[in-house]
Design a protein around this ligand. Structure first.
Ligand SMILES: [Zn+2]
Length: 187
């Protein structure tokens, strides 16, 4: 009887039930995170959900969003930043100096919307791609906040939740760069 197809079907369904339960526990433990342990999600371009992940985090921002961007041509992300700004979230942004020579970009759109923006021209390139949200979430990776990074490039993006210690380090670095940057009004 133990070699019957029916027996294997029963074993397989029990195994599925157990693994489903384990996955649910994993989800509860790591994502809802009752212990305060940081949790990390990763996304890959092209078309692997990077833009949607950033927009989702910005839509959930409650107090602060600090941005460091090299290039900025991603319309959904720009709209989410402006949306957060309009909700009263304190949004600030530092951009690379190449922003000055590019044609009108999303950075001009967000600057015109009233988001305080600076250009960091101290470095060969200001190549960071970082967002720090509510002193707790850090978003970073190779993913530029651009249409090309979403649609055409091979990129990665980490979304790190419940990470106040890490967020504090990124925030300190954000202000190091902000101090030697110049205000940008948009064009
Ligand atoms: Zn700098």
């Amino acid at each position: 009887m133990f070699s019957s197809p029916r027996f294997f079907a029963i074993v397989a369904s029990i195994a599925l039930a157990i693994s489903g339960h384990a996955a649910e526990n994993f989800d509860q433990f790591f994502r809802k995170n009752p212990t305060g342990t940081p949790t990390i999600d990763v996304y890959f371009s092209p078309l692997g959900g990077c833009t949607q992940a950033v927009v989702r985090e910005l839509d959930g921002a409650k107090k602060t969003v600090l941005v460091q961007a090299y290039s900025f041509t991603n319309a959904p992300i720009a709209q989410a930043l402006v949306g957060a700004h309009h909700r009263g979230v304190d949004v600030k942004m530092i951009l690379d100096k190449s922003q000055r020579t590019e044609k009108y970009t999303e950075a001009d759109f967000t600057a015109h919307a009233g988001i305080p923006t600076w250009i960091d021209s101290v470095h060969a390139i200001a190549h960071n791609k970082v967002m720090i949200i509510d002193d707790s979430t850090v978003i970073t990776g190779s993913f530029n906040f651009t249409k090309a990074a979403e649609e055409h490039n091979a990129e990665n993006l980490l979304v790190i939740h419940n990470a106040p210690d890490l967020a504090a380090k990124y925030t300190a670095n954000w202000f190091v760069h902000q101090k030697h940057s110049e205000p940008y009004e948009g064009r």
